[in-house]
Design a protein around this ligand. Structure first.
Ligand code: FAD
Length: 512
């Protein structure tokens, strides 16, 4: 009997997770990826012989991957070497004001007490309690649910759901809610930064997003081989379960026949028939017609003003001195309000950015050697890469402001032009078409935003969506959950249509 054929468009984390889960259930899965490697945003840039993670760097919620591999009869820890970080991140405001957050809550309470006083440490204790509660309320009915629904959120918990609603704080902004825990503006800024993990401004995002703080407290790991190594492990898992991955294959159309998705056409003209298609590109690309006019109605368009943050990144190998970097270090601007007003209000690069530095040769301690080290430096930027280009002069001006902000906090980075690669919103828009360079789908501004992300099923039978622009949202583990959800929805639909599913089979091919 022929196996059910599934095409997955895109080898981002969600596409890979879908492919892995479906191949492990015996479906005939082909992943088509326009790039040359798996991972999508989990990409690596080579500076000389040094591969640098140039997308996500903070790995959390490992249980998502533990469960994925367990469902395929494998052990995630056998595939990757993960090291828990004791210091979640080091934060700096100037040469003197520095604060580390630790995985151990008691150590963080002490650190905050030393940094800002006992009242702030007590505020942090309350913050931990409340963010844990937000996470607990939302995990099952929202994060693990196939699609976002307020009814589902309340319904899953019955009357308790209604009573719990105020606890998830959907109607206050993150910034104002943080003011109830912290009088020190630096701590408000530090914890407000978690809104940017969803590509949003802390002044506009609901306080619900404070749950990200809880997610980080539950564990941040470094991965041997980097985050891109995780993408390779997922690709290998999918292949070992029987999937085929074809790189450098751009899909130009999702084919619709008799009202349902029945395959794809590649830019080369090749047609591939399928019983179902999962699209892992940004939903904006579907809505904008990049997969053909018929597929457009599978997704609602994202107006440019509803887009999430973009970024300017520098991937480089350089010598550093003057500041004891940890793996994750954040250097704050003097006015967070001005920074987000520049980005979302004036649609410009921030005049004074907050700068994130990932020192990829470090964990909790110093770099392995005293010479050059691998760095990813990131600032937030407006998602306007489809409307304007960033010329060399503007990028250099932005670099001066960015590296100047680091110097203000004591960090000198001796960058060399030949060992630095810059990525702007224009570049991100080229890599992820129809997004303007927005890296997290729609922004999470306002309490309804999270309910506007599409779920896995679309209005077109046989066509599914997966990725950071869909429910439950952006970030590597969240996108992975969306991939799992797309696979589960597809399997449920096939079974309800009377298709028989074979059990897992091993073997497979790759054109990598
Ligand atoms: C700089 C940066 C820093 C980040 N930091 C973090 C972090 O620290 N922690 C974290 O958890 N998350 C972080 N994120 C977010 C996280 O990387 C993303 O949410 C997640 O990786 C998105 O995965 P995805 O499944 O949506 O696929 P994507 O990564 O968006 O991949 C989609 C894939 O589809 C392919 N594709 C698109 N169109 C076509 C087509 N027509 N034909 C064939 N293939 C196509 C693309 O080439 C791409 O490979 C960061 C992102 C960036 C960019």
């Amino acid at each position: 009997m022929p196996r059910n054929r599934v095409v997955v468009v895109g080898a981002g984390v969600a596409g890979l997770v879908s492919a892995f889960a479906l191949a492990a259930r015996g479906l005939d899965v082909t992943v088509l990826e326009r790039g040359a490697a798996p991972g999508g945003k989990m990409r690596q840039i080579a500076i000389g012989a040094s591969p640098i993670d140039s997308g996500p760097t903070v790995f959390t919620m490992r249980w998502v991957f533990d469960e994925l591999f367990a469902a395929a009869g494998r052990n995630f820890s056998d595939q990757v070497r993960l090291r828990p970080l004791e210091i979640l991140a080091r934060h700096a405001w100037d040469e003197d004001a520095r604060l580390d957050l630790f995985a151990d809550e008691a150590r963080t309470i002490d650190a905050i007490g030393g940094f800002a006083g006992t009242a702030e440490a007590e505020g942090y204790r309350a913050f931990c309690r409340d963010t844990r509660r937000i996470y607990d309320i939302l995990e099952k009915p929202f994060l693990r649910a196939p699609r976002p629904s307020m009814g589902g959120l309340i319904g899953a918990n019955g009357f308790r759901g209604l009573v719990q609603l105020p606890h998830i704080k959907p109607f206050s902004s993150m910034w104002s809610a943080l003011g109830r825990y912290f009088a020190d503006p630096r701590l408000r800024q530090l914890f407000g930064r978690y809104a940017t993990y969803c590509g949003s401004s802390p002044f506009l995002a609901p306080a619900t997003l404070m749950l990200v703080a809880h997610v980080e407290r539950e564990g941040v790991w470094s991965i041997d081989g980097g985050m891109h190594g995780l993408a390779r492990v997922l690709a290998d898992g999918a292949i070992a379960s029987g999937a085929t991955i074809r790189y450098a294959q751009e899909v130009s159309e999702v084919l619709i026949g008799s009202g349902r998705a029945c395959g794809v056409r590649l830019a080369s003209g090749e047609r591939i028939e399928a019983d179902a298609v999962i699209v892992n590109a940004d939903v904006a690309a579907v809505a904008d017609g990049l997969f053909g006019i018929h597929a457009r109605r599978a997704a609602a368009s994202t107006p440019p003003r509803a887009r999430s943050l973009s970024a300017v990144t520098w991937s480089l190998v350089a010598r550093t001195d003057g500041f004891p970097l940890r793996r994750h270090s954040v250097f704050f601007s003097r006015s967070y309000r001005a920074e987000f007003d520049d980005i979302f209000g004036s649609d410009t690069l921030p005049r004074e950015p907050t700068v994130y530095v990932c020192a990829q040769d470090r964990d909790d301690g110093a770099a392995a050697n005293d010479g050059e080290e691998r760095l990813l430096i990131l600032i937030n930027a407006p998602p306007n890469g489809d409307r304007r280009s960033y010329d060399a002069a503007e990028v250099e001006q932005c670099a001066k402001r960015t590296f100047g902000a680091l110097e203000r906090c004591g960090l000198n980075i001796h960058r060399r032009p030949d060992a630095t690669q810059v990525t702007t919103p224009t570049d991100f828009n080229r890599l992820f078409p129809a997004t303007g360079g927005a890296l997290y789908g729609r922004s999470s501004h306002g309490w309804t935003a999270s309910f506007q992300r599409p779920g896995a099923r679309t209005r077109i039978p046989g066509l599914y969506l997966a990725g950071g622009s869909t429910h439950p949202g952006p970030g590597v583990p969240m996108a992975a959950l969306s991939g799992r959800s797309a696979a589960a929805s597809l399997l449920a639909d096939l079974t309800s249509q009377g298709w028989s599913l074979r059990t897992a089979m091993l073997g497979g091919t790759s054109t990598r």
